[in-house]
Design a protein around this ligand. Structure first.
Ligand SMILES: [Mg+2]
Length: 346
C-alpha cells in the first residue's frame, strides 16, 4: 500500500470562535495510496500546518508503505525536530498520523477501535460530558442524559472573581445533586494563588477536576498546585508528543491527562499516553473525545471512559459519531468511519 499523494485543506468554519481556532483552524488531511483506499485525518495549524505538510511531510511520505504507521510517525517527528517538537508542526503531523491509522483500519476492514482491542464492544456507547455556562444549561445537559458537565468559567476574569465563581459552582452542584460529575475549566487564565483561592471556595461542591488553571508550561506552578490544591488538577490538551507527556506523567503534574488526538501527535501518540498513564495509575480523558478520532481510543483503551462534547462548528465530516441520550456511539465502519465530500479537495 504505497503512498501516492498527501493533501491538506482548511475547511471553512464560519461558526468557529473568533480566535486562533479560526485563524489557525483545523485542517483535513487525505493520504492517497496506489490501491483504492484513501485515509482521512484532522490536524491543526491552519495555513501554516498545510505548508508543513505540502513542503516537508509530503516529500517524506510519497512512495512509502502506508502500513508502517509508527515508523512514519517517528520519521515525521525526527525530520521536523529542529523547528517542531510542539505546537503547529505537531498539530499538522497529527492529521497525517490519523489518516494513516484510518488507512490501516480500512485495509483490515475493521474500525480503528477494533485494531486497538479486538474484543472491544462496538455496540456499547460511551458516556459523554457537556461544557456548559450556567446552572440552567447544567440542568438541560443532565435532562439530555449527559453523565457530567464542565463549567466554562473564563468570563470570571484574570484573576478570577472568586465569590461569584464559587456561587455559580454551588448553583450548578445544586442542580446536579448526586446525579452527575461536575468539572471546572479555567482556560489557563489563573495563577497559583488565585487557583488555590478558588479551590478552597468550591471544594465542598465535589468538583471532579479543575482543568488547566495555569498556562501549560508553568511546571513549577503545577508542582505547587499538586501539593496544595484540595481539588484534582487536569490538563494536557496543549501538550505534545510522548516526550511532553512523559514529563507530565513522571512529575505527576496532572491527575487527569487530556491529550488532544488531533494536535498531540495523532493516535500513535495518544496510545503512548494511555500506556504511560496506565503504568502511573493516572486517568486519561481526551480533549473533545466525542469527535471521531479520539473516540475509538476511548472505547478501546480507557478504563473509565468519558467523552467530552465535540466542536459543533467543525462539521465537514460525514458519518460523525451519533450521540443519543448523552451517550456517543463509536462508528462501526472500517477506519475511523468518517467520509469527506470529495469537492472539498478541488
Ligand atoms: Mg479545556
Amino acid at each position: 500500500m504505497q503512498i501516492t499523494e498527501v493533501r491538506a485543506v482548511q475547511p471553512a468554519t464560519p461558526n468557529a470562535p473568533r480566535d486562533w481556532r479560526t485563524q489557525l483552524g483545523q485542517i483535513l488531511v487525505r493520504v492517497e495510496t496506489d490501491g483504492s483506499l484513501h485515509g482521512y485525518g484532522v490536524g491543526g495549524g491552519g495555513a501554516a500546518g498545510i505548508h508543513v505538510i505540502e513542503t516537508v511531510l509530503r516529500d517524506l511520505l510519497i512512495g512509502r508503505d502506508a502500513r508502517e504507521v509508527e515508523q512514519l510517525h517517528t520519521e515525521m517527528c525526527r525530520h521536523t525536530c529542529f523547528y517542531g517538537r510542539s505546537g503547529l508542526v505537531v498539530m499538522a503531523l497529527s492529521g497525517v498520523d490519523l489518516a494513516l491509522w484510518d488507512l490501516r483500519g480500512k485495509a483490515a476492514g475493521k474500525p480503528v477501535a477494533r485494531l486497538l482491542d479486538p474484543n472491544v464492544e462496538m455496540s456499547r456507547p460511551v458516556p459523554t460530558y457537556l461544557t456548559v455556562f450556567d446552572e440552567h444549561e447544567t440542568e438541560a445537559a443532565l435532562s439530555a442524559g449527559h453523565h457530567a458537565v464542565k463549567l466554562h468559567v473564563e468570563r470570571f476574569g484574570t484573576p478570577p472573581r472568586v465569590a461569584a465563581l464559587a456561587d455559580l459552582v454551588k448553583r450548578a452542584r445544586d442542580k446536579l445533586g448526586d446525579r452527575g460529575e461536575l468539572m471546572i475549566d479555567a482556560f489557563a487564565k489563573w495563577d497559583v494563588a488565585s487557583t488555590l483561592q478558588v479551590a478552597a471556595a468550591i471544594q465542598r461542591e465535589r468538583v471532579a477536576w479543575l482543568e488547566e488553571p495555569l498556562p501549560p508550561d508553568d511546571f513549577a506552578g503545577y508542582r505547587q498546585l499538586v501539593l496544595q490544591s484540595p481539588i484534582v488538577i487536569a490538563g494536557g490538551e496543549h501538550e505534545y508528543l510522548a516526550s511532553g507527556f512523559r514529563h507530565l506523567v513522571d512529575s505527576r503534574l496532572h491527575a487527569v491527562l487530556q491529550p488532544d488526538v488531533n494536535w498531540c501527535g495523532g493516535l500513535t501518540t495518544l496510545i503512548e499516553v494511555y500506556r504511560m498513564a496506565q503504568e502511573a495509575n493516572l486517568r486519561v480523558c481526551p480533549h473533545r473525545g466525542c469527535e471521531p478520532f479520539a473516540l475509538h481510543a476511548i472505547a478501546a483503551l480507557d478504563q473509565q471512559p468519558l467523552a467530552e462534547s465535540g466542536r459543533r462548528w467543525f462539521n465537514c465530516l460525514d458519518g460523525a459519531p451519533r450521540i443519543e441520550n448523552g451517550h456517543v456511539f463509536v462508528p462501526d465502519r472500517p477506519g475511523f468511519g468518517v467520509d469527506v465530500d470529495p469537492h472539498i479537495w478541488t
